[in-house]
Structure formats: structure tokens, C-alpha cells
Design a protein around this ligand. Sequence first.
Ligand code: TXA
Ligand code: MG
Length: 345
Amino acid sequence: MQTVRWEIHDDKTQYKDAISEAAKLLRDGETVAFPTETVYGLGADATNADAVDKIFAAKGRPQDNPLIAHVGSKAQLKKLVQHIPEYVEQLMDTFSPGPITYVLYSNGTCSDKVTAGQDTIGVRIPDHPIALELLQTCNIPIAAPSANISGRPSPTTANHVWDDLQGKIAGLLDGGPTGVGVESTVIDCTQEIPIILRPGGISKEQLEEVVGEVKTDPALVNDQLKPKAPGMKYKHYTPDVPLWLVDGSDEAIQLLIDKERGKNKRVAFFARDARCHGMTADDIVPLGENVGQVATRLYDALRKYHASEMDLIICEAFAKEGIGDAVMNRLEKAASQFLTDIPNE
Ligand code: TXA
Ligand code: MG
């Protein structure tokens, strides 16, 4: 299959033409990747089982992992679900459009392929001009997982999508790099108190400010439990080079890097800018001033090396606060080891 790639520039006529062509492909049951504020999504008509099948085929995604339905407005969202609890109305008023997905009881409008046969559906309004215009133009709910091969880091640029899916999808809208960098927060809204199933772009602290108590799926901190978001049980975000997540002082991390380099390994170090100064490794990758910038750059950094170019990535661990919670959730999945309390000598 030949993948059409539209470069979206500021030129408004070109912009409209590209979006109408992409919307037509979606309405015809084809797959199109598009930017959102979090990561690129791979879209298909959520009401068309054959179209949704094409997403699973292109990504190599396990069939039991449900997809998020993307819509362009609250009115469109309400057409996909049964009852909307009062606290969801409050959350929507504050955070939608934005990086948040509400899991609610489905009314059956979307295909069983989207919900993986469950009675609930994840719905979200992305906060990105191209995504919103596309969704409003095609006027159908669009099922869209992250536009990567299953198991790989999610795509934050059109080139990431191209590397993974060129030739396997009908179209790609290139709108430049995404902003938030980690995916939406997925919250179960079928209970009296909302439950975070996947930490993401909106933090627990932000949610609590609006609705008071918010729970977290206990499976997120206990490997023995089955997660309520089926996707959370899979290995994810895996770089081509092994990654160790390390919690320790600068001296302790430098000693570890030296020790591994002493075994003839090429070692890259990933950290916030301030922690990179004075460190020695085969490559030093500053991920930003703060953990918000780390979120934006993380997936690009995880795609930086092929196995032939580096032997080990050592990445600093971050505090699990605010968006740091989502960053650490992704890093713990990407890492082959999480080393804490490493010795200083
Ligand atoms: O930011 C995002 O959410 C991106 C962009 C493209 O919108 N999408 C995304 O989709 O991350 P995906 O498919 O890569 O991850 C969706 C997650 C999975 O862990 C899935 O299991 C969970 O949401 N999920 C979807 N529907 C669900 C449902 N009905 N109940 C529980 N979990 C659900
Ligand atoms: Mg994904």
C-alpha cells in the first residue's frame, strides 16, 4: 500500500485540502495517522469493524486491547456513551479538549472491535487544531491508538510514524512534533469515585483539584494484579538498546557508567539538563530543564539508537509527582532494570 503523506503548513488552503482528503479516506474505511497534543494517533472509523481491523493489522496490536474513540466535540462524545456522571461533566469543562480519556458505559454506537467486547468505551477530545478539524470534518468517531508498531515507543513526530507504518496505512498528516509527549490520562468513570487506569498528560493532583477524591488502579503499583486497562499489562515503549532506570547520586551514577564502559559497553546517559553537566559517557542526552520537558522529548530519545550504535542507556529516575508519574510509568515499562540505592563507592 502506498501511504499518502500531507505536510501541513500554515497555508490555510493547503491545510483544508489535506484535511478533506484525509477525512474522505477515513469515511471510506481507511486508516490515517494524525497528530494530537499527546502523540500521533492511527485513526479509523470507530463504527466500522473492517476499518478498525486495519488498525490492529498495521500495528500488530493484540485484539484484546480496546481503542480510544476520538471525537471533535462534547456533543459528539455524548452520542457514544450511556449516562455521564456529574463529575465527568466537571472534568470535561476543565480538561476537554485535552489529554484525558473517560472510560464510560458504551451505548453500542462504536464497533465491538473498538471496545474489545467490553461494555465500556474510552472517549477523548484531543486538543490539537489538526485533530479537531479532522474529527469535525469527517463527523464520525475515530478509533485511534498511538501510531506505532505495538511495543515500540509512541510517536511524537511524523517521522516516527513513517518509520513504523509507512506502506501499512493509507495516510499520514504531518503536523510537526506533538506537545505533551506522553499519552492521555485514562480514567474509569463507571464508579462513584474516578479511578486512574493509566497516568498521563493530566496529573492526579490536577484531577483532585476539580473532583476531590481520585483513586488509582492498584495494578499500577502491584505487578501481581490484573490492570483494568488491558493495554497496561503489555510490555511497551521498548528501545532497541537496553535501558536501565537508575535512582542514585551523581557520583553513584557516574561510577555505574564507568563500570559498564569498563566492560567495553558504549553507554548513553539520559537526564535533566542540570544533571548532565560534568558527567562522562559515550553520549549525554539532556532531556530538558524539568520533567514536563522530559515528557515532551522522552519517546524521541527512546528511538535515538539502533542496537548497532549503543549498548546501554542509563536514565535517571524522576519523582512520581505531577506529570513525573506518567513519565516514570513509561520508563518503568521501557526499562529492563530499575536500580535503586546504588552505592556511591
Ligand atoms: O494520548 C492518547 O491517549 C493517545 C492519542 C493517540 O490519543 N492514544 C493512545 O491509545 O494512547 P492507545 O491505544 O495506545 O492506549 C489506550 C489505552 C490502552 O492502555 C487501553 O487498554 C486503554 O487505553 N483503554 C481503552 N479503552 C478502554 C476501556 N474501555 N477500558 C479500559 N481501558 C481502556
Ligand atoms: Mg499505545
